[in-house]
Every structure is written in structure tokens, then in C-alpha cells.
Ligand binder design. Structure first.
Ligand code: CO
Length: 138
């Protein structure tokens, strides 16, 4: 497996519209995409920083995958996402080293990507997301 750099930094927000104004209008980042992921209970928007991206995550309901985080810690940096060349190889290899993947493995991410999360207990308090982009976006 190989790391291909930081893809984005995920920020959990209470109000996605307000946060979009802040990151779009106020801070001046261009919003480059939005995706609703019903099965994960989230709506996300991506902002281009001219290098890595910022992902704002809003909850669709109280049992969203970010609700626990928002209730416990409030708004803030939720995860750092690293791009990998092959997510299946990455997960297998990290599990072999004893790292725990959150939530039972690889899931669908935004824009046809595949993602997996490594538990923050294993990484000194930071939730790490791994992403493999579809071939036409990598
Ligand atoms: Co993310």
C-alpha cells in the first residue's frame, strides 16, 4: 500500500448552511461539490484550498455517524483523510499491524470513492480516513 498525500480535512459542523457561508463567502473558498450520504446520515460539502480540500460535514439526523462527535466535542476538526492507491490493500495491511478499522470496514464515500476510518484511540486522538478515489478522479 502507498499513501498519496492528504486528500482533505473533515470538519463537523452543526449548521451546514451557516458553515458554508463562513467557508465560502467569508473565507473565500470555492465550494466544489456536495453529496448526501443517507446511509451514513451525513451531507458533506467540499471546498477547494488550491491543494488539499476542506470537507464540511453536517448531520442529517440525530443518529448520524457524526452525532456522537458533535454531542461530545462540539464542532471542529473531525478527521484527516489520506489518499491511498488501493484501499483494500491498505486496510488489510493496517489490520495485520493490529490497527482497528472503525465501523466494520470499507464504505462508500463521496463521488464514487471508497473510504475506511482508523479509530482515534489507535492514532493518538485523530480519526484518520483513508480514501481511494475512482480511477477517473485520481
Ligand atoms: Co472525509
Amino acid at each position: 500500500m502507498q499513501y498519496l498525500g492528504i486528500d482533505h480535512i473533515g470538519i463537523a459542523v452543526l449548521d451546514l448552511e451557516k458553515a458554508t457561508d463562513t467557508y465560502g463567502e467569508l473565507l473565500g473558498f470555492e465550494c466544489t461539490g456536495e453529496e448526501v450520504m443517507v446511509e451514513r446520515g451525513i451531507k458533506v460539502r467540499f471546498f477547494d484550498t488550491n491543494n488539499e480540500r476542506i470537507e464540511l460535514l453536517g448531520a442529517l439526523s440525530d443518529n448520524s455517524e457524526i452525532s456522537g462527535f458533535l454531542n461530545k466535542r462540539g464542532e471542529g476538526v473531525h478527521h484527516i483523510c489520506l489518499r491511498v492507491d488501493n484501499i483494500h490493500k491498505a486496510v488489510t495491511s493496517l489490520e495485520k499491524r493490529g490497527l482497528k478499522i472503525v465501523g466494520g470496514g470499507i464504505k462508500k464515500g463521496a463521488h464514487g470513492s471508497l473510504v475506511a476510518f482508523i479509530h482515534p484511540k489507535e492514532t493518538h486522538g485523530v480519526l484518520l480516513e483513508l480514501v481511494e478515489l475512482p480511477a477517473d478522479q485520481s
